[in-house]
Design a protein around this ligand. Structure first.
Ligand code: SF4
Length: 185
C-alpha cells in the first residue's frame, strides 16, 4: 500500500462504502466536479414529482450558486455506486428495487460517517426518501442534518463525475448504476 494511503481519509471511506453494500467506490477531487445550470433546470420538468415537494430538491435545497459554492468548499471526497442487472429495459420493478438498495446503502453509510464528518456533504440519487412522505412545503424538514439532496439537484452531470473519479458509469447492456458522492473538508 502507498505509505500516504493510511492517512488519506478517502481510502478508509471507499472501503467503508463497499462494506455498506455499494458495488464500487473511488476518490474524486471536488475541484474537478462541474456544476451545470441545465442539469438543475431539468428538475423543473418535475419528472420525479418532487419539485417543490421535497426539502432536499429544488427550489428548497438552495440556489445553484449556493450549491456550487458549497461543493467548491470541500477538499476531497468519494463517489459510490450501486450497479445491478435488469431483466430488460422495461424492468421497472428491478429499477425500483435497485434504487431502494442504493438508498439503503446511503442510509447505512450516512449513519456510520456523519458522527465523524458532521459538516460533510452527502448527495444521492433522486429526492430525499428518509421520511415516507416529505413534510415540504407545509412543515419544516423533520431531519435537516440527515436529509440528502441528489447530485442532479446540485447541478452535477453524474456520468461526468464518475469519469472525473476514473470509474465507469456504464457497465454494459442490461445494467443500471445509481451514484452518490460524499465530500469532506
Ligand atoms: S428528511 Fe424527511 S422531511 Fe426532510 S427532506 Fe428528507 S423526506 Fe423531507
Amino acid at each position: 500500500m502507498d505509505p500516504g494511503a493510511a492517512e488519506n481519509p478517502c481510502v478508509k471511506l471507499t472501503e467503508l462504502a463497499l462494506r455498506h453494500g455499494f458495488t464500487a467506490s473511488r476518490a474524486v477531487d471536488p475541484a474537478k466536479i462541474k456544476i451545470y445550470r441545465q442539469v438543475r433546470e431539468a428538475c423543473t420538468e418535475d419528472k420525479c414529482k418532487a419539485y417543490g415537494k421535497n426539502w432536499a430538491c429544488p427550489p428548497a435545497c438552495g440556489t445553484l450558486d449556493d450549491c456550487g459554492d458549497r461543493v467548491r468548499g470541500y477538499k476531497s471526497g468519494i463517489i459510490m455506486q450501486t450497479t445491478g442487472i435488469l431483466a430488460d429495459e422495461f424492468d421497472w420493478d428491478g429499477m425500483w428495487r435497485l434504487g431502494a438498495e442504493h438508498s439503503a446503502h446511503i442510509a447505512g453509510f450516512s449513519d456510520a460517517v456523519l458522527p465523524e464528518y458532521p459538516y460533510a456533504l452527502l448527495l444521492g440519487a433522486g429526492a430525499c426518501r428518509i421520511c415516507e412522505t416529505c413534510s415540504c412545503p407545509y412543515a419544516p424538514c423533520r431531519f435537516p442534518k440527515k436529509r440528502i439532496s441528489s447530485m442532479e439537484a446540485y447541478g452535477m452531470l453524474v456520468s461526468e463525475v464518475c469519469t472525473a473519479a476514473g470509474i465507469p458509469y456504464h457497465y454494459g447492456k442490461g445494467t443500471l448504476t445509481y451514484v452518490a458522492c460524499f465530500l469532506i473538508s
